[in-house]
Design a protein around this ligand. Structure first.
Ligand SMILES: [Zn+2]
Length: 183
């Protein structure tokens, strides 16, 4: 978790003596700064499209967990139906994806198209609902530069996902490097 720290931590950089540190702490206290978790400073807008086949509750859960996982890395995701600017990334809740090698596909990330797009399937082509494991967070992870973790690892970026995993600190670094920095 690289974003945790003092809200006003930048003032510490050039101070090395205890006296100076205390002075800085006093100034920080007077300025209303506190030792709280820094708010996310990467702001990212994601365009969301949704097929009516997706139940609203399932969609909301996917979006909420993705927001939570990215917020843990200091990145604030905003999901919009109509982007304010030309969108860089899009998340689509779709009906199904073609099976690959006889195996059902839950999601995919298309990183070479513009806007980049992540698709999440509700069911197999035969209509069997899929078991989503933070699929939106996983696929958005790909759009922000992450590859797959080893096949059987307990990791959000394992090929089959993970229901309760967070991004690792190293993965957070990569996500942050690929997210714009806000004010
Ligand atoms: Zn993947």
């Amino acid at each position: 978790m690289r974003q945790r720290g003092f809200r006003c931590r930048s003032v510490f950089r050039s101070d090395h003596t205890l006296g100076a540190l205390l002075a800085v702490l006093l100034v920080a206290a007077l300025a209303g700064c506190s030792a709280v978790t820094a708010p996310p400073h990467h702001q990212v807008e994601i365009l969301v499209r949704a097929s009516p086949v997706w139940p609203a509750t399932a969609r909301t859960e996917q979006l909420a967990t993705a927001q939570k996982r990215f917020a843990e890395c200091g990145i604030a995701l905003t999901f919009v139906a109509a982007p304010s600017l030309s969108p860089l990334r899009e998340l689509s809740f779709i009906e199904s994806l073609e099976a690959v090698d006889g195996r059902a596909i839950e999601g995919r990330a298309l990183t070479l198209v513009r806007p980049q797009r992540a698709d999440i399937a509700w069911s197999t082509p035969a209509g069997t609902p899929l078991d989503h494991k933070q699929t939106a967070a996983h696929e958005l992870g790909h759009l922000f530069g992450l590859g797959h973790a080893p096949v059987h690892s307990i990791n959000l970026m394992a090929p089959h996902g993970c229901k309760f995993c967070r991004f690792s600190p190293g993965q957070c670094e990569i996500l942050s490097a690929n997210a714009p920095t806000g004010p």
